[in-house]
Write a protein that binds this ligand. Structure first.
Ligand code: LLP
Length: 442
């Protein structure tokens, strides 16, 4: 009974498994990861990554006749993730010259790239045309005018999807709502800008209007806002057929599906999300008597998020009587800015002491020179000791890709694990890397 109670209070693992009290992921133990790769280290379970890609690809294939899943690489952009997603049948969404080149060098064909961005530079648009990027997501009238000029100069045509803003407010952090009326992204549907953009695009000979795109927000934990967005987009598709005489060949409903950060989180299943969208698009196309568009979705977080974890080493521990205990790790906001930016919450465990019951809550702090550099404000752990390994779960998305070098901390490596093997896919940054662009004083 006592043992059962202790087990109930032991760590709940969102990734990997427990072996003799140690956290093991992809067959590789925490101690070995720390010994061979150092800490902090971003660890990605390759099997989970592939399973997440497949969940989208197969759900689309099973429920809809013509579809394409696209990996939003911004969630974790490196050559390995772009290539893995492509090998699993996905295209890759890119937002900058940096992301374009990463995907291309990884061997993703340009035709399988979709370029987004609310302020693409002329150079980025020129690069996309030159490289033959498959789709350009047109966000605004400036994109349209530059594409018009650039396609004339290059004597080429480009395939575009217009990014529309349906005016939907999903319940998520305000910084990651992207499809509301008050948004820097896309052409608004509520105020008629979307319709004006469709008409303008149809006037441009080099800009081929393939379809429509929307993205309403990220870490969305319910299906209703996605359903509303799908309805709203299909209304525009029907209007285009009726009033402009053009059909929407492709409909990209964006990404945004939430993942589990805390054990109690219950995001919709990928299959339910896909099936729901497919049903709406099919029904609305039938009702409006328009051809079925190719259905696209563009997930980022739900591909890489729960496949990742970060392993840290605990250093200083500072109890403040009656207030809290700060447990500092060797990472922080420079390698995971999400708690500071979005009050994001995470689950943690002592990676070598998983069987020990949890005691009083502690605060996991980073090592940047700011009081706000806290990774987890409250998490119950067995009493931590300096030198312990700590794992934070569900850190695959928007950590490495948003990391910086505050306090001149080099960024951690990204390591894939599978079948008992660990392979580095992005090496640890060094202080020399950081200094390489400094111009030494005369
Ligand atoms: N497509 C477009 C056009 C997007 O803007 C995004 C994310 C995605 C797809 C992928 O959405 P996802 O499936 O990952 O939710 N840094 C924030 C999230 C920002 C999301 C921005 N756009 C965070 O850490 O929560």
């Amino acid at each position: 009974m006592e043992r059962k109670l202790a087990m109930e209070q032991a760590a709940s693992l969102l990734l990997g498994e427990e072996q003799d009290g140690e956290w093991v992921v992809g067959g590789v133990g925490a101690r070995r990861l720390a010994r061979e790769h150092g800490t902090p280290v971003y660890v990605l379970d390759e099997a989970r990554l592939r399973a997440n890609c497949r969940a989208y690809v197969t759900a689309l294939r099973d429920t809809y006749p013509n579809s394409q899943a696209i990996f939003a690489s911004k969630a974790l952009c490196c050559m390995a993730t772009c290539r893995l997603a492509y090998d699993e049948g996905m295209w890759v969404d890119v937002v900058s010259a940096g992301e374009i080149h990463t995907a291309l060098r990884a061997g993703v064909p340009a035709g399988a790239l979709m370029l987004h961005g609310n302020n693409k530079t002329r150079e980025e648009l020129a690069l996309a045309i030159e490289a033959g990027v498959g789709r350009i997501g047109v966000d605004n009238f400036n994109d349209l005018e530059w594409l018009d000029a650039l396609t004339r100069e290059a004597g080429r045509r480009v395939d575009v999807l217009l990014r529309l803003t349906p005016g939907i407010e999903p319940h998520t952090h305000k910084a990651i709502v992207t499809g509301g009326v008050d948004s820097k992204f896309g052409f608004g549907i509520p105020d008629g800008t979307a319709q004006a953009a469709v008409r303008r695009t149809l006037e441009l000979p080099g800009v081929r209007l393939r379809g429509l795109h929307c993205h309403i927000g990220s870490q969305v934990m319910e299906l209703a806002p996605f359903e509303q967005a799908a309805h709203s987009m299909m209304e525009i598709a029907a209007w285009m057929a009726r009033d402009c005489g053009v059909s929407v060949e492709e409909l990209d409903l964006g990404g945004g599906l939430g993942i589990r950060y805390l054990p109690a989180d219950r995001p919709p299943a990928i299959r339910d999300y896909v099936t729901t969208l497919a049903g709406i698009v099919r029904d609305r196309a039938g009702a409006a008597r328009i051809p079925l568009p190719r259905l696209m979705v563009e997930p980022g977080r739900s591909i890489v998020g729960d496949a990742g974890a970060t392993l840290y080493r605990i250093g200083a521990i500072k109890p403040i009587a009656g207030i809290r205990t700060y447990v500092s790790v060797d990472g922080g906001m420079y390698e995971n800015p999400r708690p500071a930016l979005y009050q994001a919450r995470y689950e943690a465990a002592l990676a070598e002491r998983l069987r020990e019951p949890r005691r009083a809550p502690v605060t996991i702090a980073g090592r940047c020179c700011e009081s706000g550099d806290v990774l987890i404000w409250e998490t119950a752990l067995p009493e931590p000791r300096p030198g312990d390994l700590l794992v934070i779960f569900s850190t695959g998305a928007y950590t490495y890709s948003m990391a910086g070098n505050y306090n001149r901390y080099p960024r951690p490596p990204v390591v894939f694990v599978q079948d008992g093997k660990a392979r580095v896919v992005v090496g640890r940054e060094t202080v020399d890397d950081l200094l390489s662009k400094d111009v030494p004083p005369a």
